[in-house]
Each structure stands twice: as structure tokens, then as C-alpha cells.
Design a protein. Structure first.
Length: 170
């Protein structure tokens, strides 16, 4: 938008049109819920609040216009289109709504074993065929972990036990 200049030779009608254009550009001051009396103070307060959250106004994909500024002030909503606009470590768990992060919003490699709490994965979270032999380390399943363990002892002809097999009981 170019700067609006009134010329001393402008008619009242030209003045009216220029003034209405300015009014439409800056919006309705009564819609500012911040309590500020002018658009500059409201924008500066918004700018300081936004900067406090680490958002870089100079890199926004969509420029700020008056309707977006009013939306930010009234709704505490800042439309971020690029993750580079958010400083590191500024989105905290308590700022996310329940169920706001779902699988469609996670990057392909975002969840690693280091990010999963101990005992967080329960049997209810596993698919029926999720645990395969390839996923079980050697010597991790012992007879002590079998439900109602039973044993089968194989003896040689002298009566000495040569092999004991363990299995789950009934």
C-alpha cells in the first residue's frame, strides 16, 4: 500500500475516499481486545509478545495485514506456516491441547526409543504380530518368565539328564 497523502487542493469527496480507505486498511479500533487506544500501540504490544515467543516476524510467509493483527490480538492465535519461525524449545507440553499431536503430525523418524518412557508400551499397545523372533534378544526369555512353566527332562540310558526343555503350562 502506498502512503496516503492529502493535497490542499483535494475536494471533500477525495478526502472522504482517502479517509475511508485508511479506515478500511487499519480496521475497526473497537475490535482491539488488548485495551490499546491506537493501532501502533496494539501492534507494538503484539510484536513484543510475539517476539517473547521467539517468532520471527520478518520471515513470515504471509505478510501481516490489519485483519491478521486483530485476529492475533483477539484470539491469541498466530498463524505460523514455517517451523523456522519458532525458536528452539519454545513449544512446551502444557501448551498443547489433548490429542493435538497425532500420528499425521509426527515426522517419519520423530519417535525414537530414547523418547519413550520405560514401561510406556504395554501389551494393549502392541499389534498381535508385532513381536517376532527377530525382535527378541538371545537369552532374554527364561523359564522364570513362562506362565505356569512345565519341564520335560530327557535322560540317557544310564539315567542321567541330558536335556531339560521348558514350556508354558496350561
Amino acid at each position: 500500500m502506498t502512503k496516503v497523502i492529502l493535497d490542499l487542493n483535494d475536494t471533500i469527496n477525495v478526502f472522504r475516499n482517502k479517509f475511508n480507505d485508511l479506515s478500511n486498511t487499519f480496521g475497526d479500533m473497537d475490535q482491539l481486545s488488548s485495551g490499546d487506544s491506537d493501532i501502533v500501540t496494539a501492534f507494538n504490544n503484539t510484536d513484543s509478545n510475539v517476539t517473547a515467543f521467539g517468532i520471527r516476524l520478518d520471515t513470515l510467509e504471509t505478510p501481516l495485514d490489519s485483519s491478521r493483527v486483530v485476529d492475533i490480538i483477539n484470539n491469541d492465535v498466530f498463524p505460523i506456516t514455517d517451523s523456522n519461525d519458532i525458536a528452539d524449545l519454545l513449544i512446551k507440553t502444557d501448551k498443547l491441547e489433548n490429542l493435538a499431536v497425532n500420528t499425521s503430525k509426527l515426522g517419519e523418524l520423530a519417535v525414537t526409543t530414547a523418547k519413550i518412557d520405560d514401561l510406556a508400551i504395554t501389551t494393549g499397545k502392541l499389534n498381535a504380530l508385532a513381536v517376532t523372533a527377530a525382535k527378541i534378544d538371545d537369552d532374554t526369555i527364561t523359564s522364570g518368565k513362562l506362565n505356569s512353566a512345565v519341564s520335560l527332562i530327557i535322560y540317557d540310558s544310564t539315567g542321567s539328564a541330558i536335556k531339560t526343555l521348558y514350556g508354558a503350562g496350561a
